[in-house]
Design a protein around this ligand. Structure first.
Ligand code: SF4
Length: 292
């Protein structure tokens, strides 16, 4: 057992699922705060989210497919000016495929709903609540009111459409958003929906209940207790799975011949640099797979 590790600053849906998927990858990301290289699927997802965010900034009647593609062009321009784009190091053909794939996802979106009929309350809304002293955070892609004035939470997914077996686990994050709405806005959403754009377009919907939110509250508490225990004992174990193929920390992972002590040294150096740089330099809580 090593020295106690600092606790992460908050919990989010992605951190909860990251801890459950592999405690060690969670530690590298949320505690050591190791930088992760941008990935094409994640950056593409962020770009499509941005295009839809911009689309909902337009008057309802103006939210046409042509306007959505214009907003996608704006989102791509913003992206091309970013360091993230440079770090992807795409050649011309890959850059063209990137833009084409994003355009396809925008087209898929219009097969699922008519944005002119949506009444958004907010887009890309960061909601934060405190649960037993722990900051709970999540970004809601879109919050709207339905015809009855009830809240509906929408989460866009640009990864592959899940199998029937995976659906329930994906909905775990959804109940997290319902919990946040109830805590922050004092209202339980009537519906939470996942809009899948990465493959076969599909909407998966669930109706949160007082019971499901209570269950979420208990699950968040249980995950936080497990994180606290793991930090106290410096005991974050690897859990090899297919996810290792995409893990940014594989070179530090003992399950793959790596040395986690190197990750800790790098994390400590980064934290020391951040704290000597003042608040502005404090690293934001890192989460894995915020956009999927
Ligand atoms: S390589 Fe696999 S087991 Fe190792 S930290 Fe990453 S996800 Fe976990």
């Amino acid at each position: 057992m090593g020295n106690p590790l600092p606790l992460p600053t908050s919990l989010s849906p992605s951190k909860v699922s990251s801890f459950k998927d592999c405690a060690l990858a969670f530690r590298f990301s949320a505690i050591d705060r190791l930088p992760e290289p941008p990935s094409v699927p994640a950056v593409k997802g962020t770009t499509v989210h941005r295009a839809l965010e911009l689309l909902f900034g337009l008057d309802p009647a103006a939210r046409t497919p042509a306007a959505a593609h214009e907003q996608l062009s704006v989102a791509l321009e913003e992206l091309r000016a970013s360091e993230e784009w440079t770090r992807l190091e795409l050649d011309d053909s890959s850059a063209t495929s990137f833009a084409d794939d994003a355009a396809t996802m925008v087209d898929r979106y219009f097969t699922l709903e008519d944005p002119r009929a949506i009444r958004p309350v907010g887009v890309e809304m960061m909601l934060e609540a405190e649960l037993d002293g722990v900051a709970i955070r999540g970004i809601i892609d879109r919050l709207e009111e339905d015809d009855e004035g009830q809240l509906v939470v929408t989460d866009y997914k640009t990864g592959r459409t899940p199998s029937v077996n995976q659906e329930q686990s994906r909905l775990g994050g959804v109940h997290f958003y319902a919990f946040l709405c109830q805590q922050v806005l004092g209202r339980l959403p009537a519906k939470v929906q996942l809009i899948y754009l990465g493959g076969e377009p599909q909407v998966i919907t669930t109706t949160p209940s007082e019971q499901s939110v209570r269950g979420m509250r208990l699950r968040i508490g249980a995950v936080w207790n497990a994180v606290e225990r793991a930090c106290e004992r410096d005991d974050f174990r690897p859990r090899p799975s297919a996810l290792c193929n995409w893990c940014a920390f594989v070179s530090y992972c003992p399950a793959h011949g790596g040395d986690p002590a190197e990750a800790r040294a790098l994390g400590e150096r980064l934290r020391a640099e951040a704290s000597s740089g003042g608040d502005d330099m404090a690293p934001a809580a890192v989460s894995i797979g915020t956009r999927s």
